[in-house]
Design a protein around this ligand. Structure first.
Ligand SMILES: Cc1cc2nc3c(=O)[nH]c(=O)nc-3n(C[C@H](O)[C@H](O)[C@H](O)COP(=O)(O)OP(=O)(O)OC[C@H]3O[C@@H](n4cnc5c(N)ncnc54)[C@H](O)[C@@H]3O)c2cc1C
Length: 226
């Protein structure tokens, strides 16, 4: 096979996680090779569709605060590098019962100093957002930094920017199997990243350090699995 397949890290799947991983590795100078059974930006993965919600007010736990701030930084960096608009922070409203678990948690996190939100009771919500009808007992919580991500362009931007930084991405290349080498890795830097909710189709839970068998029985790096 004439194509050079050697790399420090192999990434299987180049959608939400895989494309961003490739971008982050490549911009740090790590040699990465990606395998994607379709092409970045396809509509057959979890990432398919035009947009995904982005929120800074996150009721799922205070530990997400720093991650979300970092995420905004990275989205803005990717926008600059790819010259593509990806994250639109137009603000977002969450509507629910004041005593409900979701709103309650948002308020707890605000009290902890974490999340910049504004709370509107039913009357104030009607004045500011008359197209949203609140029921008795409900409030509207405004997260000014919420918005949406253009997810398919985001995946394409990350994959192409990774390639510009020197990563190799094999499109329309499905990985069927990830093999153990059966003994300690000679090169501890070489790893195998697996992306996607259905990763079991190609990689049972074996952890890093495997190698990839492409359809037809070839390994991703001939010789790596000896
Ligand atoms: C309806 C819906 C709404 C959502 N809303 C939001 C939201 O508002 N905000 C939010 O943050 N998240 C949201 N999510 C979750 C988010 O979209 C997913 O968590 C995310 O896309 C998962 O990314 P992933 O890279 O793990 O998987 P995927 O995006 O599915 O990527 C897996 C990739 O691996 C490739 N692949 C799989 N097997 C192989 C193989 N054997 N060989 C080569 N390539 C392979 C696939 O083709 C695919 O490109 C939503 C998800 C859904 C379904």
């Amino acid at each position: 096979m004439p194509r050079e397949l050697d790399a420090e890290v192999a990434v299987i799947g180049s959608a939400t996680v895989g494309s961003m991983l490739m971008w982050q590795l490549a911009r740090r100078g790590v040699q990465a090779i990606g395998f994607e059974r379709h092409a970045p930006g396809h509509d057959r993965g979890a990432v398919g569709g035009e947009t995904r919600l982005f929120r800074m007010a996150y009721a799922e736990g205070a530990q997400y605060g720093e991650l979300l701030r970092q995420a905004v930084r990275y989205w803005r960096e990717l926008e600059v590098e790819s010259e593509t608009a990806l994250l639109v922070q137009c603000g977002g409203l969450a509507i629910g019962e004041l005593s409900g678990a979701y709103i309650d948690q948002l308020l707890v996190e605000r009290a902890d100093g974490g999340r910049p939100i504004e709370v509107f009771d039913r009357r104030a919500a009607h004045d500011h957002y008359p197209n949203n009808l609140l029921r008795g007992g409900e409030v509207a919580v405004l997260d000014r930094q919420a918005g949406f991500l253009r997810c398919e362009p985001a995946v394409i931007a990350a994959a192409e920017t990774a390639e510009q930084h020197g990563a190799t991405l094999l499109r329309h290349t499905r990985v069927d199997e990830v093999l153990e080498r059966g003994r300690p890795r000679r090169d501890p830097r070489r790893q195998c990243g697996v992306a996607g909710a259905r990763r079991g189709c190609c990689a049972p839970d074996r952890g890093p350090g495997g190698c990839c068998r492409r359809p037809g029985g070839r390994t991703s790096r001939p010789g790596a699995c000896r």
